[in-house]
Design a protein around this ligand. Structure first.
Ligand code: HEC
Length: 554
């Protein structure tokens, strides 16, 4: 018995050493999906289209759902396939990985499935682009127009698409402009991600300069500037928070550090209390609010996470931004819906979702601050009015120009429509006749954006570098559409407030050029923050970079 234990201990020691040696010699991050050979990158999927996706769906349910979840949302340590790496990987890479598997990590090889079936599963996985759109997909017979309609006629203003986005262009969408539901057919048109061609660069208005601050990140998402000027960045997929410090003379970070790891899809980051000397860094994991002890200058959390509050989670929209009220007495947490348009009356999983929740800073006394906000991704406090604002992803599957995403100040107790209604007191046709008493309660948001834009983080410009007319304006990242026949979004926008603290409904294209003329996408803005020197930093989870925009003058 004794010697048996000893051998086991020795064996595991040797195994650990071997693992460490192998780990140390592997590149820290590979350029292909699960180290697929480069030869598979250009491999096209011979079995595309709706029919193959439906067959793939059945195969998926038989072979894969047990581990990856019914909606491919992932479970425990089994990764999601409806989002994350699989959605940015190329078809050939996914096919290769399914074929080989990764036995050591629990993913079987599916080489025994006929080749055609493996490709059909790949087709299905690529249909899953949006966690909510998916199961509706099979039911509605969506088109999959490859890279979208590139030769479609120019859209009728105020609607637009990537072909007409240009820095300096102002736009304004009102409820009168909205088409009827299903005026056009819903489409599945997620981005095809390609490397940035060497001669392509993001475009900003005249007088601004765009530089690459850093690249080689793993899916950088939210970015926030600490009181000491450090940049905190959520690498949500890896479960960690990074710090980037300083700007060298050639525009690079001076120091890069891992602040915290082992988190569950962290997104929101907030420093508390307000002011120059915070004592905590709050983090919004997908299922909880945590906080780490912190002093200015720390490059690593100085202690373990404190768990403050559980958050509703599960399938669907997973980001959880966190902000504090100006007096520091309340904490706001944005929790998106679990689905596209499931009725909470009949879907208990939607309880306390599609809401902005309010807590005490210690995580106690949760209540609903505002509701019916389908997926509020970015939160910000307006420095001039002290009001909470948010940036929201509205519904899919009603056609190209419904429902507009939006940016708005949030009224306490306010109802923003989801899922029964939307702006202008219009009923969602999928929930006809439900909750007539709420019709007149639906608040029309301040700024309507292009439908399906995927509006993510937002921030108010409090820097001193840009021209005076930018003071107090909003910048927001538009990650880009999947449910639109010609892509929209894939840009950073500015919402001018004209020094009033209030929006007039208009917005401006600010940073564009992330989609190539052939419809392929190389960049997708996610996070946006203002640096202490007044420059604007934008994370991009397609090219895995952070861009820095400075004002150079005319
Ligand atoms: C027995 C459980 C199990 C089954 C069944 C299973 N997988 Fe997996 N799969 C895993 C695990 C565990 C991983 C993570 C492996 C790793 O970390 O390398 C994974 C990883 C993956 C990945 C990579 C995802 C990423 O983000 O890195 C893909 C793609 C994938 N599986 C597809 C499939 C498909 C398609 C099927 C069905 C044909 C399937 N899996 C069936 C357990 C399973």
């Amino acid at each position: 018995m004794k010697s048996g234990k000893c051998i086991v201990a020795r064996l595991s020691f040797i195994l650990i050493i071997i693992a460490l040696v192998i780990g140390a010699t592997l590149p820290s991050r590979s350029d292909t999906f699960h180290n697929a050979p480069g030869s598979v990158l250009g491999q096209g999927n011979p079995y595309t289209g709706q029919r193959n996706a439906e067959i793939g769906h059945k195969l998926y349910e038989q072979r894969c759902a047990s581990c990856h979840g019914q909606d491919a949302q992932g479970m425990g340590n089994v990764p999601a396939l409806a989002s994350g790496a699989t959605q940015t990987a190329r078809p050939g890479e996914i096919f290769w990985f399914i074929t080989h598997g990764d036995a050591a990590n629990g993913m079987p090889s599916w080489a025994s499935l006929p080749e055609q079936q493996r490709w059909q599963i790949v087709t299905y996985l690529k249909f899953l682009r949006n966690p909510s759109g998916l199961l509706l997909t099979a039911a509605t017979g969506m088109d999959t127009p490859g890279n979208g309609k590139l030769d479609a006629p120019a859209p009728t203003p105020p609607f637009t698409d990537f072909r007409f986005e240009k820095p300096g262009t102002f736009r304004k969408i009102t409820v009168q402009d909205l088409p009827a539901p299903f005026a056009t057919k819903p489409v599945g048109n997620g981005p095809r991600i390609v490397p940035r061609p060497g001669n392509v660069w993001p475009q900003a208005p005249e007088g601004f300069k765009v530089e690459l601050y850093t690249t080689g990140l793993d899916n950088p998402r939210l970015i926030r500037t600490a009181p000491n000027g450090d940049f905190f960045v959520a690498e949500s997929r890896l479960g960690r928070i990074m710090i980037f410090r300083g700007i060298t003379s050639d525009g690079q970070p001076e120091i890069t550090s891992i602040f915290a790891s082992g988190l569950d899809r962290p997104f929101g980051i907030a420093f508390y209390p307000k002011g120059p000397h915070p004592r905590w860094v709050y983090v919004g994991d997908t299922n909880a609010v945590l906080r780490f002890p912190y002093r200015n200058g720390d490059l690593r959390a100085r202690g373990p996470a404190q768990h403050l509050a559980d958050l509703p989670s599960g399938r669907g929209h997973w980001t959880r931004d966190v902000r504090f009220s100006p007096n520091g007495k309340k904490m706001f947490v944005a929790v998106g819906s679990g689905s596209n348009v499931d009725d909470p009356d009949t879907h208990p999983a939607e309880k306390d979702r599609a809401d902005i929740l309010e807590f005490n800073p210690d995580g106690s006394q949760m209540r609903i601050y505002a509701y019916g906000i389908r997926n509020p991704v970015g939160l910000a406090i307006n420095p001039q009015t002290g009001q909470l604002w948010c940036s929201v992803n509205e519904r899919d599957m009603l056609g190209d120009n419904l429902v507009p995403d939006y940016i708005t100040h949030v009224q306490p107790g306010g109802f923003y429509g989801w899922p029964w209604w939307y702006m202008g007191g219009r009923q969602d046709p999928r929930l006809e006749g439900k909750h007539p008493e709420l019709k007149d309660k639906v608040i029309t948001p301040d700024v309507l954006l292009q439908p399906h834009n995927a509006s993510l983080e937002m921030t108010f410009y409090e820097g001193r570098q840009f021209p005076r007319e930018y003071d107090g304006d909003i910048f927001a990242s538009e990650h880009g559409s999947w449910n639109r026949s010609t892509r929209a979004g894939y840009e950073v926008i500015r919402v001018p407030l004209h020094h009033t603290g209030h929006a007039s409904g208009e917005y401006e294209d600010f940073l564009t050029g992330f989609v190539l003329p052939d419809g392929n996408v190389w960049g997708r803005p996610v996070g946006v923050t203002v640096a202490h020197d007044g420059s604007l930093l934008v994370t991009d989870d397609a090219s895995n970079s952070i861009w820095r925009i400075t004002y150079a003058g005319k």
